[in-house]
Write a protein that binds this ligand. Structure first.
Ligand code: HEC
Length: 98
């Protein structure tokens, strides 16, 4: 029960955080998951999410890893674990189909 409730709270907070920004239409194309949270938290401060989603289908997993390394150089704040989760998420949902 507690687990269910805390899960619900996370979902609600998430909905509140993402809804007013007018980005719901774009972010709805991306399935929920830990990777999406990292993406929204770490990758939308300098540019829109569309900067990332416009590349749907273009990048392989290695390419996405490079992108993240570059963004960290630019100043994105991600630790190694978050980068790994995000690389998997981007490759799975926006990656080039091999
Ligand atoms: C500190 C600011 C900053 C943060 C945070 C940031 N970016 Fe960027 N990003 C940029 C800038 C500046 C550009 C445009 C310059 C360029 O095209 O190289 C860019 C461009 C991009 C592009 C387009 C590259 C291309 O090949 O057209 C992608 C994809 C991208 N960012 C992904 C991400 C992801 C994923 C994250 C989160 C890990 C992220 N960004 C976080 C600054 C940032």
């Amino acid at each position: 029960m507690l687990r269910f409730l805390s899960g619900l709270v996370v979902v609600l907070v998430f909905a509140v955080v993402t809804a007013p920004a007018g980005r719901t239409a774009q972010s709805e194309e991306l399935p929920d998951g830990p990777g999406k949270k990292i993406l929204l938290a770490s990758c939308t401060s300098c540019h829109e999410l569309t900067e990332v989603t416009k590349l749907r289908g273009y990048y392989t997993k290695d390419d996405w890893r490079d992108v993240i390394v570059t963004m960290v150089k630019y100043g994105a704040t991600l630790n190694d674990k978050e980068s790994d989760v995000l690389v998997d998420y981007l490759a799975a949902n926006l990656g080039k189909k091999e």
